[in-house]
Each structure stands twice: as C-alpha cells, then as structure tokens.
Design a protein around this ligand. Structure first.
Ligand code: ATP
Length: 287
C-alpha cells in the first residue's frame, strides 16, 4: 500500500468530573467520552526522507509540535526496520484548542493508519500505552465510541454505544488553553461530589439517557469565566428544543443534542452568531 486516507473523529464529553489534584500536579478525572461525526481527514503517503506534515490550516504547526508528527515518530522508533518516512496531510475540520481533542485524534489516526499503510499487526494495548506520552486523550481516540475514562483520562472502559443522537457543536472564535482552565478551576472551585455511579449505571443499563443525572462538566464555571461568549451561545441554544446542552472538555465548544436530524440541521443553518464555527452532526460508535 502506498497511500491511505482516514478519518480522525472529534469527541465531546457527556460528563467531566474533577475528583481532585494529584501529587504529580495533574487532575484526577472521571469522564464520559463520546465520538462524533465531525472529523479531520488524513492522508498518509509513503515517502523516504523523514516525517513531513502538510495541512489545510495555516495556524497548525508542521514540525515536532504537531501531535500527528509525534505519533509518526513513535511509530518509526518502534519499527526501525522500515524505511523511515511518511507524508501526512491533515485536512483540519475540527476547531483547534476547542475541547474536542482535535490534536489527539489526529495523532491516534496517524498511528492507526501507519500500521495499515505498512501492513503491520498492531498490539492495541501497547499502542494505547505508547500514545499516553503524547496526551491523555490520545489513547481514547485510537478507537473512540462511548467510553468511561478515569485517571488523567487514559484509563478506559468501553460502554455500550449511546446510539445515534443528532447534535450541533458551536465553537466561538476563541482559543482556550486547557491548563489555564484547570488553573482557574483550582482557584475558584471547591471539589464537589458527583454522582458518577448513577451516570454509569444509566449508560450501562438503560435504553434512554436520563439527562437529569450528573451529566455535568465541572470545568464549566472556569471555562465561562475565561470565555464569556460561552454563555451567549448557551442562551441561543436554550430556545432551540435541545434535549441537552453542555460544554465539551475545557471548552469553549458548546454542544446541544436533538431528537432529530432535521432539528439539528435547522439550528445549525440558522445560527445567528456569524463568527462561530457551527456544525451539525451525530454521535458515532467506536471505529
Ligand atoms: P482536548 O480536548 O484534548 O483538550 P483541544 O481540542 O482542546 O484538546 P487541540 O485542538 O488538540 O485542543 O489543540 C491543542 C494544542 O495542540 C494547540 O495549541 C495546537 O497548536 C496543538 N496541536 C498540535 N498538533 C495538533 C493537531 N494535529 N491538531 C490540532 N492541534 C494541534
């Protein structure tokens, strides 16, 4: 195989609970991760002469700072017998620094794709642990789906797929630094008790999601303080028959869930804030 095209889906969080601060400075989390149809598109092409990144997005780094580059580097380190080189083209459709794991999903897709491109068998467990070094969302992004994550986000437990739910994601033109949100969170918010067991029980045993349970995001206040536009976006969603509205990750992306594709598409098409990134889509199962 000389070249390969693949999708790198974004994620949203259906719940995000900060359990506490660990001794290593990271936060101990409990998360529900969910893949969505919004995706970057990636093309991999065998090419001698090292790792080359090209991208449709002018703000994206093309060197070692790109998480996709780091994944390719790990791949070639682990497979030194291969001709060391690949050209990676990233069509960036997921907003950057938006809370939808855009960089992590590119890295995971490149790792998945390189094993296919070079027709090698991958040890999935090992890949997951290798990818942790790049970022705590990267192991999840290897296969996506509906997943319970703990630790820094790297301890993963698959849940039954929540089924196809239609949604709209909106990202204001405002990049949020994840560390800045956690820093403010530590300053302004005491840890609250979260009834995660009920959420997990609901996702594992019931046909329908009970959104009145703790489907909440502990980073909400900090994120809204840093980016006040989040409130304006939520206010618009309030008048749209959404079943559920929440910030994804550390924000500033806000998503709403609808009971039909038509409703979601109508909301996206009529979105009044012209500088926002807006996309209608749906939840997807693991890939
Ligand atoms: P998460 O939800 O995992 O916290 P995010 O969606 O908030 O992630 P990203 O889009 O992954 O954030 O971007 C965070 C940083 O990573 C940005 O500063 C960006 O420049 C850098 N980055 C490196 N590689 C990539 C990539 N392939 N795509 C997007 N951002 C990347």
């Amino acid at each position: 195989m000389r070249e390969l095209y693949l999708k790198a889906p974004a994620k949203i969080n259906l719940a995000l609970h900060v359990k506490g601060l660990r001794e290593d400075g990271f936060h101990e989390l409990q998360l529900i991760m969910q893949s969505i149809s919004l995706a970057d598109r990636i093309k991999l092409k065998k090419k001698s002469g090292g790792i080359i990144i090209k991208t449709s997005h002018t703000e994206l780094p093309t060197g070692k700072e790109n998480l996709a580059y780091q994944a390719a580097e790990i791949f070639f380190e682990q497979n030194p017998e291969l001709e060391q080189g690949v050209e990676i083209y990233i069509e960036k459709n997921i907003p950057i620094a938006a809370g939808m794991a855009g960089g992590s999903t590119d890295a995971a897709a490149v790792m998945r794709g390189l094993y296919q491109l070079f027709e090698l068998k991958a040890d999935f467990k090992k890949l997951r642990s290798d990818l942790e070094a790049i970022g705590s969302d990267v192991p999840y992004c290897l296969a996506g789906g509906t997943v319970y994550a703990a630790g820094r986000g790297e301890i993963l437990e698959s849940l039954p797929f929540i089924g196809e739910k239609y949604l709209v994601v909106v990202t204001p033109a405002f990049k949020i630094s994840t560390p800045a949100v956690y820093k403010l969170y530590d300053e302004i918010q005491g840890y609250r008790k979260f009834n995660f067991d009920l959420v997990l029980d609901n996702l594992q045993n019931d046909e329908k999601i009970d959104w009145s349970l703790d489907y909440k995001n502990d980073l909400k206040n900090a994120s809204e303080k840093i980016c006040p536009e989040i409130r304006e976006i939520k206010d618009i969603f309030k008048n749209t028959e959404a079943e559920f509205t929440m910030i994804s990750g550390s924000g500033p992306t806000v998503f709403s869930i609808y009971d039909s594709r038509e409703k979601a598409e109508k909301v996206a098409a009529g979105w009044p804030r012209k500088n926002d990134f807006v996309a209608a889509g749906k939840t997807i199962d693991s890939y």
